[in-house]
Design a protein around this ligand. Structure first.
Ligand code: GLU
Length: 442
């Protein structure tokens, strides 16, 4: 069974980089006929909140990404304790008593001597008496995983063959001196227990993966397949900061970004495939291939997203928006008339106001508009009325081009640009057309 996981920490709102990883995990699961679970990495009690955990789920639902199970690391301390005991029995973890300052001092000395700042494993040489002395001083141990100093190798779904020299890394701390596990061990234990077949995460986790592979092996588990996605940068190559609100999914949603515009962009950004508008996630699955991601960082440009958003709206059918448009009385004719002028769906409300009023006409030449009013075709106003009406006005007044159309547009819509007048005319209706031509606010 193909099982993936999206594993955010509920310490903030999801941002565009998280959304990209969630989407790539979800698409890979779908493509392989598998499933994705949502794992909340909430072991950091001070920073994790229930509100953020709920917001993450809301944001994923907005994107249309579902999960087969929800797991929380805070529910799993027994499993982590058991893994700790297994590693301890196997001699793969060892207690260390250095304080933060002592470790800092060691690192500085190594750097001054141009040596890599790798933990020197001094704690491996502690005798039982040394340890007892530290304990008597009130020091509590933190626990490090003893890495095998061999080359760690894996076939990465994105990066191809990756090799990391185990000797180039510090033995990672698995358990802090207050007894709480840090990220590594819970992540591996969960991936084992939840039978995760593929771990897809950001490139910033490459060296963690090398550590994790040894932890999987030390726990006697099968090592999953890994894929590391290069990070997103801003349009100029600058790092994307989590703190920048405009990149949070909440803010994008509030700013009128369509989930499918974002999904369409994120599924292709940083790949060899062109970004194309897709209306459904199912349509993205078909053309998705994780091996098409390049190893270079991908640039996320909010302006590109806005353009895609507008392009998507211009294509959307009435059936795709009617439940969301939230305008009483709006119908397909209205939608088809205005969709080409939208940047966000919220703009539809402004056009509804233009169509139904109240609207203050802009009148520059009252006589011209009076003549136009007299020439308005009899009978039902249809999408053909504009053509016959303006032809009649042209014949009578000699006005043509902009001089003909602009006064009418300004009077009927109050603004110089907008949807095609032939589509708007039947929506505005005879009564309001005549009122507006005479300069009245309807
Ligand atoms: N909570 C971790 C993060 O957000 C999870 C990384 C992983 O996918 O293992 O970076």
């Amino acid at each position: 069974m193909t099982r993936l996981r999206f594993a955010p920490s509920p310490t903030g709102f999801l941002h565009v980089g998280n959304a990209r990883l969630a989407l790539i995990n979800w698409l890979t699961a779908r493509k392989e006929g598998g499933e994705m679970i949502l794992r909340l990495d909430d072991t950091d009690e001070e920073r994790s909140t229930v509100e953020f955990a709920e917001a993450i789920q809301e944001d994923l639902k907005w994107l249309g990404l579902d999960w087969s199970e929800l797991k929380k690391q805070s529910d799993r301390s027994d499993a982590y304790t058991a893994a700790f005991e297994t590693l301890k029995t196997a001699g793969r973890i060892y207690p260390c008593y250095e304080t933060g300052e002592e470790l800092d001092y060691k690192r500085k000395r190594q750097l001054a001597r141009k040596l890599p700042p790798i933990y020197d494993r001094a704690a491996l040489n502690l005798t039982e008496e040394d340890k007892a002395k530290f304990e008597a001083e009130g020091r509590k141990p933190h626990w490090r995983f003893k890495l095998e100093q061999v080359v760690i190798r894996w076939e990465d779904m994105v990066r191809g063959t990756v090799e990391v020299d185990g000797a180039s890394m510090s033995d990672p701390v698995l358990i802090r001196s207050d007894g709480r596990p840090l990220y590594h061990m819970p992540s591996v234990v969960d991936d084992i227990d939840f039978e995760i077949s593929h771990v897809i995460r950001g490139e910033d986790h490459v060296s963690n993966t090398a550590l994790h592979i040894q932890i999987f092996e030390a726990l006697g588990a099968r090592v999953p397949t890994f894929g590391h996605i290069p990070l997103l940068t801003g349009p100029g190559g600058e790092p994307l900061s989590k703190r920048e609100g405009s990149q949070s999914l909440r803010e994008m949603r509030e700013n009128g970004i369509e989930a499918m515009a974002l999904n369409s962009l994120l599924a292709r950004l940083g790949t060899s495939d062109n970004v194309e508008i897709r209306h459904t996630l199912a349509d993205i699955v078909a053309g998705f291939d994780i091996t098409h991601f390049s190893r270079a960082a991908a640039k996320f440009d909010p302006a590109e997203l806005s353009n895609l958003n507008a392009k998507l709206l211009h294509e959307l059918e009435w059936t795709e928006v009617k439940d969301r448009i939230a305008i009483d009385g709006a119908d397909e004719a209205f939608w088809l008339a205005i969709r080409g002028n939208l940047t966000t769906l919220k703009d539809a409300k402004d056009w509804w106001q233009v169509v139904t009023g109240p609207m203050t006409p802009v009148v520059e030449d009252a006589d011209f508009l009076n003549t136009a009013a007299d020439l308005l075709p009899e009978g039902e106003i249809t999408t053909d009325s504009w053509k016959s009406w303006t032809t009649a006005i042209k014949e009578k007044t000699g006005a043509k081009g902009k001089a003909l159309f602009m006064p009418l547009r300004l009077a009927l819509t109050g603004r110089p640009h907008g949807p095609e007048m032939n589509n708007l005319l039947p929506l505005i209706g005879r009564e309001n057309i005549l009122a507006r031509l005479s300069g009245q606010t309807d």
